[in-house]
Design a protein around this ligand. Structure first.
Ligand code: ADP
Length: 261
């Protein structure tokens, strides 16, 4: 009797061990897939601007260099390609740090209204180029002090405002608003009436490299990393990020912050 029981226990133990091993192996396989996909995406994103730069350099060497007007134009386009590469590499650097948990947040107390105003001022001209009216809507006219990493929150605001201009329509609007929430939170909203996002894409927006328009011909440059950086930063603060969007109507991205005592 006792031998049978022992055998039963042993079989169960073996089964359990095998099950755990299987889960472990599956997790490794998922990670490996993830890694391959990441590398694939990185090389894909780098390839386009690299080939562009190479194209201009080769054409210049091929004789286009002799025409001063074309020379200047091609050099400036090659320069834009290099600039794009730099942005992508910076974003990659940031996302890697965020994903390995290497990015330490530097909490300080600052006025979120002032910071938003600074970012807003930086992009007003860019919005004007597309005839987009940028407005800044406030609940009160006094400072709202929050406790967060100022530099990172500046990046979050930058990414959201730049997106609302990039994906906004000509003569459209982008509205930034800050509102007190219940308890000790504020909510910052960036709203546009631009191209909007189809609901099937919304759940995947914050994935790295995810872009709704995958065609190489898309007119707006970017790495597809902006929103995943935004999400990482907000979540590292223990806060929440929300998105509401409707195709051809517009989008609203919002995030919460903790008020300083
Ligand atoms: P990128 O702008 O570099 O492509 P992001 O991670 O910032 O990458 O955004 C991912 C995708 O989400 C964009 O490619 C775009 O399709 C969509 N998106 C982001 N913000 C908006 C917005 N305000 N309106 C419409 N689509 C947006």
């Amino acid at each position: 009797q006792s031998i049978t029981t022992d055998m039963g226990t042993l079989t169960k133990e073996i089964d359990k061990y095998a099950r755990n091993k299987k889960i472990e192996i599956e997790a490794l396989q998922v990670r490996e897939e993830y890694r391959k996909e990441f590398l694939g995406n990185v090389s894909h994103e780098l390839k386009t601007p690299l080939f562009t730069v190479q194209g201009y350099i080769l054409t210049l060497l091929d004789g286009a260099m002799n025409d001063p007007k074309i020379r200047k134009q091609y050099l400036s386009r090659a320069g834009k390609g290099v600039e794009r590469l730099i942005y992508i590499v910076k974003d990659l650097d940031m996302i890697t740090k965020l994903e390995v948990g290497d990015l330490r947040l530097n909490f300080e107390v600052f006025d979120i209204i002032e910071l938003t105003q600074n970012v807003y001022d930086l992009f007003e001209m860019r919005a004007n180029k597309k005839n987009i009216t940028l407005t800044f809507d406030l609940d009160y006219n006094e400072p709202i002090m929050v406790k967060a990493d100022r530099e990172r929150i500046q990046q979050v605001l930058t990414n959201l405002i730049v997106n609302s201009i990039k994906y906004g329509r000509e003569k459209g609007t982008t509205e930034v608003s800050i509102e007190n929430l219940i308890k000790n939170k504020v909510i910052v909203r960036v709203t546009d009436n631009g191209e909007g996002i189809d609901s099937e894409h919304v759940p995947r927006l914050f994935e790295r490299f995810y872009r709704v328009d995958k065609s190489g011909s898309r007119k707006e440059g970017g790495s597809g990393l902006g929103l995943s950086i935004v999400k990482h930063i907000i979540e590292a603060h223990g806060e929440k990020i929300y998105v509401e969007s409707e195709l051809n109507v517009g989008s609203e991205f919002s995030f919460t912050l903790e008020k300083a005592e």
